[in-house]
Ligand binder design. Structure first.
Ligand code: NOJ
Length: 556
């Protein structure tokens, strides 16, 4: 195999203060992390009580999914008040305390801002409905007359990303059927009109509100969807118009340039992180220009099958995409929207796309876990930052047998169950004990966890895994500690090494002080790198590296 070397990074930009270039960022889905008050739903009290777990794990930052006041129609991605904490999670004072306590442990905080849409309970939308057609209160949204003789048909043929039409008809204050409004997600999530100056001003103020409270980064939800073509014309999803009527429109970059100026106005570094599901690498890189976002989630990597050729290609493409804009790459395998990777990696098809969720396929869990362990060492050794989704450190699998009556995800309901949705990766974490709620809620909790936990999770609790050298949790702890101690890891030089087919091998650091080898070949191999093995995702077999196993090596 030939060798490709990436250039030395610009040292001026890779000062440690630019924490997002190397950080390990742990995603907390607040409903499911830990329940402090016993109502069966995770909350800030639960997080504060478990910060020690995260400090012990060795993460650099936490990203919180939305914690704002919300009717929870889409688990908090329907925000009614961007400056208040939902009472189910706690209070603003608790959030401020949490930020302070995390900082005291050296952990940074990232909050999730949802600019594409708000909740139908947001005061602006309530007022818009109340004020009726033609009123200025409707201008921050997309209200339109329907088509058909009586306006009984939606204004266009756009479909919601959660299934069904992207329009809902309103009822006028006089009780008669009225205009329709656009919602790219659920009807409870009306899209905001980003051409309206009030929308821009509001979100700039919301950014300052949280940055003033010391948050270190902002994750931007549905970051490519904000701008719409005001024509609102029909389109054929199999023959997409360019530019797309609502995805990745050029005008959105103005919004992020303004946001970057705000982030840069703070003395300590603040990061803007884009949720951008875009297939075109150049279009994606445009968001990472030095005057826009700092980083974006690497969804190409997340969706890549467990295959050496495909992974090498996506790694090369990722590095090639980021180098010209001098943005750090990110590596991510799971989040609250996708089936857990332990499960994906145990299947015949290990890839993932948003369009195709393979649910219920036969799964070899032991194989999935072995690969997930190897993938951890791969991710942590690649240049850039790494996202971990809560529970992956416990090796949790996707829960696919949640009864329909207990499911919560609007995606499940809007597709009439055709798509099982995302509840299976959102099941509350198991902390301790032999029975549900496994320490997720206090022993005297009034309610059961909001989604049922599999009984088999008794073997996956933090308690059960702590001290077991072979457990997933102890591997994560060792790997994160080791990464911290290796100055060659995180941001910095990367070079492929020659390796047999099906094997990924690369060095890190300007003096090639560190190497990672991952065997995806399906047969044992002799490591192509000589030296001291500092960490393995599984045991070696008399010096041979078994299939689906990775090692970190200090060459010598
Ligand atoms: C992306 C979020 O990750 C997802 O959970 C949410 O449903 C949609 N955006 C809508 O806000």
């Amino acid at each position: 195999m030939d060798e490709i070397e990436t250039p030395e990074p610009d040292k001026a930009r890779s000062v440690p203060a630019e924490w997002w270039r190397s950080a390990v960022i742990y995603q907390i889905y607040p409903r499911s992390f830990a329940d402090g008050n016993g109502d069966g739903i995770g909350d800030l009290a639960g997080v504060r009580a478990r910060l020690g777990h995260l400090a012990g794990l060795g993460v650099d930052a936490i990203w919180f999914n939305p914690w704002y006041a919300s009717p929870q129609a889409d688990a908090g991605y329907d925000v009614a008040d961007y400056r208040a904490i939902d009472p189910v999670f706690g209070t603003l004072t608790e959030a401020e305390d949490l930020i302070r306590e995390a900082h005291a442990l050296g952990i940074r905080i990232v909050v999730d801002v949802v600019p594409n849409h708000c909740s139908n309970a947001h005061p602006w939308f309530v007022e818009a409905l109340h004020s009726g057609p033609g009123s200025a209160a409707r201008d921050p949204f997309w209200f339109r007359e329907g088509r058909g003789a009586d306006g009984e048909l939606p204004p266009n043929d756009w479909q919601s990303i959660f299934g069904g039409p992207a329009w809902t008809r309103t009822v006028n204050p006089d009780g008669r059927p009225g205009e329709w409004y656009l919602h790219l997600f659920a009807p409870e999530q009306p899209d905001l009109n980003w051409e309206h100056p009030k929308v821009r001003e509001e979100f700039e103020d919301v950014l300052r509100f949280w940055l003033d409270r010391g948050v270190d980064g902002i994750r931007i939800d549905s970051a490519a969807l904000l701008m719409k073509d005001g024509e609102l014309a029909d389109f054929d999803p199999d023959d997409l118009p360019v530019p797309h009527p609502y995805t990745d429109r050029d005008e959105v970059h103005d919004v992020y340039r303004a946001w970057r100026a705000i982030a840069d106005s703070y003395p300590e570094p603040r990061a803007l992180i884009g949720e951008l599901w875009l297939p075109d690498a150049e279009r994606l890189a445009a968001y990472l220009s030095p005057d826009e976002l700092h980083t974006a989630f690497n969804f190409a990597f997340l969706g890549c099958p467990w295959d050496a050729t495909a992974l090498r290609q996506v790694i090369d493409e990722t590095l090639a995409l980021h180098a010209p804009v001098n943005a750090p790459a990110t590596w991510v395998l799971s989040n609250h929207d996708v089936p857990r990777h332990v499960t994906r990696y145990g299947r015949a098809d290990t890839s993932f796309t948003l369009q195709y969720r393979q649910l219920g396929a036969p799964t070899d869990r032991a194989l999935g876990r072995r690969r997930a362990r190897a993938a951890l060492l791969l991710n942590l050794a690649l240049p850039g930052s790494v996202y971990l989704y809560q529970g992956e450190e416990l090796g949790l699998e996707e829960v696919e047998d949640i009864p329909a009556a207990l499911r919560q995800d609007p995606m499940f309901f809007r597709t009439h169950g055709e798509n099982l949705g995302r509840d299976g990766c959102r099941v509350p974490l198991p902390w301790s004990g032999q029975e549900p709620p496994f320490g997720f809620s206090p022993a005297d909790a009034a309610r059961e966890p909001w989604l049922p936990q599999p009984r088999g999770w008794r073997d996956h609790t933090v308690e059960a895994q702590t001290g077991d050298p072979d457990s997933m949790l102890e591997l994560y702890r060792r790997a994160l500690a080791c990464r911290r101690g290796q100055s060659a890891l995180g941001d910095g030089p990367f070079a492929w090494l020659p390796a047999p087919d099906g094997v990924l091998a690369f060095t890190r650091g300007s003096h090639r002080a560190f190497a990672c080898v991952v065997n995806l070949s399906g047969r044992p191999i002799e490591s192509p790198v000589a030296g001291t093995v500092v960490l393995g995702s599984g045991p070696l077999d008399e010096g041979w590296l078994p299939p689906d196993t990775a090692v970190w090596v200090v060459p010598g």
